[in-house]
Design a protein around this ligand. Sequence first.
Ligand code: C5P
Length: 236
Amino acid sequence: MTEQEPIYRGKAKSIFRSENPDELIVKFRDDITAFDGAKKDELSSKGVYNAKVSAYLFRYLEENGVRSHFVRMEDERTMIVRPLEMIPVEVIVRNIAAGSLVRNYPIEEGTPLDPPVIVLDYKDDERHDPMINDEIIVALGFMTAEEIEAVKQTALKINDLLKGKVDAIGLDLVDFKLEFGRHGDEILLGDEISMDSMRLWDKQTHASMDKDVYRFDKGDVMTTYAEVAKRLAGEE
Ligand code: C5P
């Protein structure tokens, strides 16, 4: 069988058509990138760890009433999903100040944010994902005001659910990014939830256990990803 061309190749995942028109095939590659692709590497098994954690968290969210594109795993790096028409808005939930919040605003890293802060970014690499707001999203026709409100409520529910899981493995859920898309009349959670899209700190030492290890050369990236995958989703 010849290898099929992807219908979409992102920075870390490739998407292929499936024989079933209501399914797509997502392959988690071993590529890792940061700073809008300015820093890139290939790290053996990285895709497997992210696929494993994403699948585990999508199943956990589904069990708790959050619908996503996740259907099933085909193999250790291949996820079968429902096709979504993606909404180009990144929904970021922050529990502790870090990253771009600290770079862009006068707030000290590590400051607890209670209630959590939701930040919406327009997903566009060339424009470096600028922050967007409800009014601009409505003006651009991406979502109605009601849909934005529903997505924010879902993001806060996901935050509560993820915080529980992450707390239980000795980590703080600092922040994370979600993406949503349309499937018929529904807006479903899409993309992935992994060490690439969450910021996780060790509760005691505040050491990074996520992609910041790669972004800022803070240690061995694969040891970190393997450790989080093991603590969260079990086995080796
Ligand atoms: O860079 P920033 O502090 O805004 O990132 C907030 C959170 O969103 C981090 O957990 C980061 O890994 C995630 N993120 C992402 N993809 C982006 C931007 C941010 O997964 N394009």
